[in-house]
Design a binder for this molecule. Structure first.
Ligand code: PXP
Length: 248
């Protein structure tokens, strides 16, 4: 029996990605957030990227008003986005790296890179009373650097664990996550994790000592497309049948 609770933050960026594919209004991540809450989500996570490829400023604005569970905003250390975050005041900010060419976040933020924008962004948000989490690779040096920045939490990047080609490789990555997690907890940081977690690989990460939050998006939205497809096709058949007087 694990003696701590664990929260699920549902990342709804992928719903916005589908909307942006047509440039219209559907599917609306605001609806997705409400349905995720109904399903038991303990938090809603969105990433306002500099290139606005999925979540838009309008989404952040409306979600800030409508989401009843904690709203976690992922962002890069870009001054313009940090200013938006400071104005929106989400319940939690998670700093992530961002590269324009990447399909999704490819690794943790490198806190050893000596980028003055990182310390500046963290300090501004902390001083504004916001809870700051740092998305980092499970590397002890990155954990120490997050602690030195006086962040409240670290989110360990689980991508390498999720992508491990076989069981021995997965065990190695899991050990890195456990070690980095223990170091973070010892330093007083809240322990979060995410990226690439799915219905098969989530258990071992959820069992890491003092893991209190997992942020998961792609696998949940991918499953929703599948589990909801049958009903969606049936509803369209009904619409068409009714149109020609064959339905109720
Ligand atoms: N946590 C962070 C910091 C992320 O950038 C992402 C991806 O947007 C996630 C969690 C969720 O990853 P996935 O969509 O693979 O579940």
């Amino acid at each position: 029996m694990i003696d701590h609770d664990i929260r699920l933050g549902v990342n709804i960026d992928h719903v916005a990605t589908l909307r942006q594919a047509r440039g219209g209004q559907d599917p609306d991540p605001v609806w997705a957030a409400a349905l995720a809450e109904l399903g038991g989500a303990d938090g809603i996570t969105i990433h306002l990227r500099e290139d606005r490829r999925h979540i838009q400023d309008r989404d952040l604005r409306i979600l800030r008003e409508t989401v009843r569970v904690p709203l976690n905003l992922e962002l890069a250390v870009e001054p313009a986005v940090v200013a938006i975050a400071l104005a929106a005041r989400p319940d939690q900010l998670t700093f992530v790296p961002e590269r324009r060419a990447e399909v999704t976040t490819e690794g943790g933020l490198n806190l050893l890179a000596d980028d003055p924008r990182i310390a500046d962004a963290v300090a501004r948000c902390r001083d504004a009373g916001l809870k700051v989490s740092m998305f980092i690779d499970p590397d002890p040096r990155q954990v120490d650097a997050a602690h030195a920045l006086a962040a409240a939490a670290v989110e360990l990047h689980t991508g390498r664990y999720a992508d491990a080609p076989d069981e021995p490789a997965r065990a190695v990555e899991l050990a890195h996550l456990r070690d980095a997690g223990a170091r973070a907890v010892a330093a007083g940081l809240a322990l979060h994790a995410g990226h690439g977690l799915n219905y098969r690989n989530v258990s071992a990460v959820a069992r890491i000592d003092r893991m209190v939050e997992l942020n998961i998006g792609h696998s949940i939205v991918a499953r929703a497309v599948m589990t909801g497809l049958e009903a969606a096709v049936r509803d369209m058949k009904t619409c068409m049948a009714q149109a020609i007087g064959r339905g109720d």
